[in-house]
Ligand binder design. Sequence first.
Ligand code: XMP
Length: 513
Amino acid sequence: RLLIIDFGSQVTQLIARRLRELNVYCEIHPYQNVTDQFLQDFAPKAVILSGGPDSVTRDGSPRAPESLWGFGVPVLGICYGQQTMMTQLGGKVERGHGTAEFGRAFVTPAADQLSILDGWFADGNEQVWMSHGDHVSQIAPGFKVYGTSPNAPFAITGDVARNFYAVQFHPEVHHTPKGAKLYENFVRLAGFTGDWTMAGYREQAIQQIREQVGDKQVICALSGGVDSSVTAILINEAIGDQLTCVFVDTGLLRKNEAEEVTRMFRESYNLNLIAADESDLFLGALEGVTDPEVKRKTIGRLFIEVFDKYAAQIDGAEFLAQGTLYPDVIESVSFSGGPSVTIKSHHNVGGLPEKMGLKLVEPLRELFKDEVRALGRELGLPEQFIRRHPFPGPGLAIRCPGEVTREKLEILRNADAVYLDQIRKHGLYDEIWQAFVAILPVRTVGVMGDGRTYDYACALRAVTSVDGMTADYYPYTHEFLGETATRIINEVQGINRVTYDITSKPPGTIEWE
Ligand code: XMP
């Protein structure tokens, strides 16, 4: 296994991700915990030193354990990792003085090349991503320079005899195009064969859950989304008898969703599941509410109340399981208290733990969405389930501008089911990030048969996106749109007009509220 010593970089998890992609098992440990004894016990086959926000020129700044240098395994230092490596091995690092570099830079190769740079420099200079204030001003004895950039004369350095390598830039980020290659070369050099897989992750996560939870009880809010589902199944495998999941039917779910989700989890996974039908409570509280933010806040508040109520029935619940992913961790770190305005009050179970005094179990904290999907496959979740489009916590309420009524929800559910059926039949589901119907708060006049109709209009929405932050409308053919409109009007009582929403995000948002 490989050890990543974390000096606090925002992108340390990306190093782990690059290694997982190479099927190499690694663990990240904060530098404070990595003592000489820890290193002995961990017995890594290679070590990577991450970047970090501190300056090695500051007294008391973080260091790698001294015994690392005599440990006899390959070491790769990144950014701060490079600087502490140089400092600890007898080189020098200086503060700024106009040599800071942030963003794109180009590295020029030296005449001699390192094996960890195989595949680099085929087209001359290589683009890399820099983010540093300090820079190495003198390399440590035994090291040579293998690449320079305008502001980092020691962009790539190495001591081949000892297998120590150090780079100023961040090979783990996307904007260092050959970065993955560098990691690949490094782990091959360290003797990893790339035989570790998601099955390994599953085992490791199960072990960690058992250690963390001991014999205590865990509760989990299961929404039926991929993240909470994978979380629940994983914890169920680890400590099934101590887990209770609560699935709240808010009355704002899609057609058949509550039945399908609860059936699947009970039958295929034998999950201890409370299916809480609280639709009267939610729909009652939403009566007369038209303001989108009030809707969102009402739903968020009730959700916590309901969850709290069921959790209180579980004796000795000490842990709350959440499907927090790595991007959520990053966002909450970098943006909490930031200057951005609230566009929408997003609803999730984020407020639960503080209120309930529970400790968190977050087995997906290190994973990215596509890795969660891979883990879901590993756990045997059906493919169709894994590829489901995202569905917002406030559910259909925010697809029903104006007042949310049972009548409108019923019409919306039926229209949405026909629309999704159309998308599936035409093989478009996987090309689209998210697709749904919004029912508009207007009735319009139509003619069907020989009669006059006066029914609701609806809008179809379908967007492409990578992360939901920006989005574009999906370019359906006119034939598809025409056929879908006809089907919805023919098959769904209560709708006599269909429109297609072609707004991108920005300036629109994906949901209507
Ligand atoms: P917007 O409408 O903000 O949506 O462009 C971006 C993505 O987030 C989903 N969404 C939510 N997800 N709780 C959630 O868990 C929410 O309150 C919420 N509001 C929007 C939306 O479906 C889209 O995928």
